[in-house]
Design a protein around this ligand. Structure first.
Ligand SMILES: Cc1cc2nc3c(=O)[nH]c(=O)nc-3n(C[C@H](O)[C@H](O)[C@H](O)COP(=O)(O)OP(=O)(O)OC[C@H]3O[C@@H](n4cnc5c(N)ncnc54)[C@H](O)[C@@H]3O)c2cc1C
Length: 421
């Protein structure tokens, strides 16, 4: 009996030679792509259908060392920088959007407390204390496979960066008491630690964004509960339910960043908010890949009917290709130049990249459905899921598609502090 034909490995979205990636970067990115193609792609439909968290994928991510992708090598991680992480996350997004998006929440807890925090100002004692604390979080992830999430959204202007978070942390002996509510909390009920943004408040003091704390609250702590259902249009495997914190005691070592450092990061390291886009870069590539395979009659499980000879379909694929290359070029540049204190042009480019990926992925998926035709949108194939998942990208705060346009227009026309008075 013949052995089943091996599936040809997909080419990287960003070719290592063309995009000047090092061997070390390529190895990490290939690890993500191979896992996505060989394991996550086949499971994605089930997670989507049942709106179920991709627990099996997380076990694989841990085994592959990818839960610690951005953890420094000295702490047992892969030591990936921002660009390497973004490229690896795009590869995961090609095969399972919900896994890539939730993995982003997890990785950011290490990226923000790691390479990003290293770029920010802290006095020596604060940095030493931060170093000691983050080692605790890194060890949990590398050794035990602990999963972290990032519940920031509260349903108002706080997650958009407009006002202080309504979730409050009151300092007490040895830590804080935290109370509040987070909506759209991806990984709720599945993360081991919820990386909560909250406002430190003392009696008589007005809540201020400057006093934002970033605390890893244990999911099992007394006073933490997960409420509400989860039955959305797309990204169903993210399980983004509501979290309630009622007088939860949180010890000092739970701080993922020292006092004042999250606010500093939000001001000085704006690309920290571009990290939701890699998932959607992957979805854009997936919509294009599917279309080419489908029109060539090469989609596994489908009759080998070719549709590539029709001129209107060729034009649509050409349009998709142009759009995909535009998105890729802009996004690659933006994730490559992420740094502390970027120039105004770099910040405007980051907004443009976020907008282009988030809107573009869904435009490509819509064009793919029109071009491939009726059978291609059946639930037995991934395209309709890509279409639904990609629609979610523009809604993600703080850089929703609308807010990217708002900021771009304002910041292009006004210098900091400038008014018309
Ligand atoms: C699949 C999925 C997973 C998610 N996972 C997470 C997660 O893990 N953690 C997390 O924190 N969030 C997550 N989110 C939430 C997401 O980032 C948004 O916060 C969420 O969609 C909020 O919904 P909303 O209806 O309150 O937002 P909106 O009403 O769009 O915005 C909230 C507030 O922001 C301000 N705002 C919005 N648009 C404008 C505008 N154009 N001009 C001026 N002000 C504006 C307003 O004050 C508004 O009330 C997820 C969302 C999705 C779709």
């Amino acid at each position: 009996m013949n052995a089943p034909a091996a599936i040809a490995p997909d080419a990287p979205i960003f070719d290592a030679k063309a995009f000047r990636l090092t061997d070390a970067q390529s190895e990490i990115i290939a690890r993500a792509r191979n896992l996505g193609q060989s394991a996550f792609a086949a499971r994605a439909a089930g997670y989507d259908r049942d709106a179920r968290f991709p627990t099996e994928n997380y076990r694989d991510l841990h085994r592959a060392g990818l839960l610690g992708i951005a953890i420094p090598k000295a702490h047992g991680g892969l030591g990936a920088d921002y660009q390497t992480y973004a490229l690896a996350a795009a590869e995961i997004g090609r095969y399972c959007g919900a896994t890539a998006l939730t993995w982003n929440m997890h990785v950011c807890s290490t990226l923000w407390s790691g390479p990003l925090a290293d770029d920010l100002d802290m006095d020596a004692a604060t940095r030493a204390e931060h170093e000691r604390r983050r080692a605790i979080h890194y060890r949990r992830i590398v050794e035990d496979g602990a999963i972290y999430s990032q519940p920031f959204s509260e349903g108002g202007a706080a997650a958009a960066g407009g006002v202080a978070f309504g979730t409050e942390a009151r300092p007490i002996e040895g830590g804080w008491r935290v109370s509040g509510k987070k909506i759209f909390a991806s990984l709720s009920g599945h993360a081991d630690y919820y990386g909560v943004l909250c406002t430190e408040v003392t009696e008589g003091e007005k809540a201020s964004r400057r006093n934002t704390l970033y605390l890893a609250i244990p999911a099992q702590a007394e006073g933490v509960s997960v409420v509400g259902d989860w039955d959305p249009l797309g990204m169903r495997g993210t399980v983004s339910r509501t979290l309630i914190f009622k007088d939860v005691f949180v010890p000092e070592d739970a701080a993922l960043m020292p006092r004042g450092v999250y606010f500093q990061a939000a001001m000085r390291w704006p690309h920290m908010f571009l990290t939701l886009s890699p998932t959607y870069m992957g979805l854009a590539q997936a919509a294009y890949d599917f279309t080419v395979r489908y029109l060539r009659g090469e989609v596994p499980g489908m009759p080998p009917v070719k549709r590539r000879m029709y001129p209107t379909k060729q034009i649509a694929v050409a349009q998709m290709h142009v759009k995909l290359e535009q998105i890729k070029a802009l996004w690659f540049q933006a994730v490559t130049e992420a740094c502390a204190n970027p120039s105004k042009a770099q910040v405007l480019r980051a907004y443009a990249a976020q907008y282009s990926v988030m809107e573009g992925a869904n435009e490509l998926a819509a064009l793919a459905i029109r071009t491939c035709g009726g059978q291609a949108m059946l639930k037995s194939l991934p395209l309709e899921r890509i279409y639904r998942d990609s629609r979610c990208g523009s809604l993600m705060l703080p850089w929703t598609a609308e807010l990217c346009l708002d900021r771009t227009g304002r910041e292009a026309l006004y210098e900091a502090g400038e008014t018309d008075e």
